[in-house]
Design a protein around this ligand. Structure first.
Ligand code: ADP
Ligand code: MG
Length: 277
């Protein structure tokens, strides 16, 4: 288990005397122009093949954006660029107005407030649900250093609130490995949220979920939007219609169409390369 969401290589000591509990580096993020993420003319080549080809994208603070497109369109590569896993050959990526993502390591990007959920849940299967959230919270060094000795009841309250939020309040003492597929996904989302990301990237979060789990995930995402900014890659168009205000369609490494989901779903080019298949 090595998801970057839990890495803490950036050691930024908090200002002395200030309560650090729950405070993240991202609180200093400059979003005065309204956007939290700007990708500008990003290109990535793998052996001459352009996985991303002058991709430009802007995500507003608190927005819930869905990204769709055929296999190989570059959706995962886009997330790899945002999280620093892949470095672009050309173009710029900014988090807020001032943070140039090219200058940060993967761990520093996570610490700055970008969380990522991969398709496969990366939870601690042998631990309880409660312990998983506790571990996720402790992986923030600043919290671990200052919090646990004296604020454990506050920490417990925070975990209890998160259990409630992700619909796992009744499953706190269950071993995570025994949860349903959907519950595991919610647990991992809860673990990411313990780190209070400003921007959350989710790759196919409802794949394999039952209809009921998909609906509960839609409700969860709608409560997260506003407080967080979310970029969701999905293929489930009913789910997208339920949650998204704006949809971006990627094709061959760049934006083919962008707009309200009704408009995108009716776009002849989108039907040709993706929805009509
Ligand atoms: P999507 O997530 O939209 O299905 P990807 O971003 O995974 O698309 O892939 C875009 C293209 O880049 C695909 O053709 C894929 O084969 C290629 N690609 C992705 N990662 C690598 C890599 N590490 N090495 C070589 N080719 C890659
Ligand atoms: Mg992908």
């Amino acid at each position: 288990m090595s998801s970057m969401a839990y890495s803490t290589a950036l050691d930024s000591s908090p200002p002395s005397g200030e309560a650090v509990y729950g405070r993240m580096a991202s609180e200093g993020l400059d979003t005065s122009h309204g956007a939290i993420l700007y990708l500008d003319d990003i290109s990535v080549s793998f052996d001459g093949f352009k996985a991303l080809n002058k991709l430009s994208l802007s995500i507003d603070v608190g927005e819930l954006r869905c990204v769709i497109g055929p296999n190989g369109a570059g959706k995962t590569t886009m997330m790899d660029v945002i999280t620093g896993k892949t470095r672009p050959d050309e173009g710029t990526a900014f988090f807020g107005q001032t943070i140039d993502l090219a200058r940060l390591s993967e761990a520093q990007i996570a610490q700055a407030g970008i969380g990522r959920k991969f398709q496969k849940p990366t939870i601690f299967e042998q631990h309880t649900v409660f312990e998983n959230l506790e571990l996720a919270m402790k992986s923030d060094k600043r919290v671990r250093r200052t919090l646990f000795a004296r604020l454990s009841s506050e920490a417990r309250d925070r975990i209890a609130a998160m259990l409630e939020r992700v619909g796992l309040a009744g499953a706190a003492e269950r071993v995570a490995g025994l949860l349903s597929h959907g519950q595991k996904q919610w647990l991992e989302i809860g673990m990411l949220l313990m780190q209070e990301p400003r921007l959350l990237l989710l790759d196919e979060p409802v794949a394999g979920m039952s209809d009921d789990e998909t609906e509960r995930t839609a409700e969860l995402f709608l409560t997260l939007a506003g407080k967080h900014s979310l970029v969701v890659v999905e293929h489930d168009m009913a789910f997208i219609a339920r949650i998204a205000r704006k949809v971006t369609v990627l094709h061959e490494g760049s934006v083919l169409a962008e707009g309200p989901h009704e408009q995108v779903q009716a776009d002849a080019r989108v039907i040709e390369v993706y929805l009509g298949r």
